[in-house]
Design a protein around this ligand. Structure first.
Ligand SMILES: NC(=O)CC[C@H](N)C(=O)O
Length: 253
């Protein structure tokens, strides 16, 4: 198949759209930043793409809560287009603020037990238990299962940069349910949990494995020189984060 087309969703306050589009391009995709207002005018535009990516930043100024306003637009005004996109077997990626957006939009299959489709979620992304914005590199472990984006990845380093990224879950039964469904696909390494996330969860996928939300920023590690220890560690060439974009692109081979 020809290179997949990637819609990188812009919105007021998004600030990682160009870097994310560039990461998809380096991975072989045809990536275009598209403002959410264009999609609201013409929801059918989404059908022209194979990947929807919601990038990091501060959409709508993190007003109410991070990701809440843009997530509400996806849930209320673009629901049919998003549903068709998922039903067509396409891919959705949310990075940091994008993860917050996917969570708010209800695109990650995190509904409470017996409440499917009600919008009553068993999990959310809350303020860091440090009570502040933190930017640093972390080590992560992946258990990809069905998750397309994390195929072949075991341990990976990436930077995090957020305030509202603490994975909070209703209770241990809900956590077990997500774990058993194979949705808890990315975890902070022991002792490297930057925000107090339950069960060290750094990223979650939906039950199909084609929708992923993650707090760390893979687009900030597409070249070895972005790593803070690249000289001491002798790193060269591409950064490990590029694998996530390559996995998305090669899904359509
Ligand atoms: N880097 C980002 O995407 C920022 C995430 C979000 N606005 C927060 O601080 O929680």
């Amino acid at each position: 198949m020809a290179s997949p087309r990637v819609l990188v969703l812009r919105s007021p306050g998004a600030n990682c759209d160009e870097e994310t589009a560039e990461a998809f391009r380096l991975a072989g995709g045809v990536a275009q930043p598209v403002h959410v207002n264009r999609l609201l005018e013409s929801p059918d535009l989404l059908a022209d793409y194979q990947v929807l990516c919601v990038p990091g930043g501060f959409s709508y100024g993190d007003d109410i809560a991070a990701g809440r306003v843009l997530g509400g637009q996806l849930r209320r005004r673009l629901a049919d287009a998003c549903q068709r996109f998922r039903d067509d077997g396409k891919l959705v990626l949310g990075i940091c603020n994008g993860y917050q957006v996917l969570m708010s939009a209800g695109l990650l299959d995190l509904d409470s037990e017996g409440a499917e489709g009600s919008g009553e979620r068993s999990a959310t992304l809350a303020w860091s238990d440090r009570g502040r914005y933190d930017a640093r590199w972390v080590t992560l472990h992946a258990t990809p299962g069905e998750c397309v984006f994390l195929r072949g990845i075991d341990t990976i380093e990436m930077p995090v940069a957020h305030a509202e990224g603490r994975f909070a879950i209703r209770d241990s039964a809900a956590l077990d349910r997500l774990r058993n469904a194979g949705q808890l696909v990315l975890r902070y390494a022991e002792g490297d949990n930057p925000n107090g996330s339950a069960d060290d969860v750094a990223g979650v996928c939906d039950r199909s494995g084609r929708v992923l939300g993650l707090m760390p920023h893979p687009e900030r590690f597409i070249d070895a020189t972005q790593h803070p220890c690249w000289t001491r560690s002798g790193l060269s060439g591409e950064g490990a984060g590029l694998a996530i974009f390559r996995n998305a692109v090669s899904f359509f081979d």
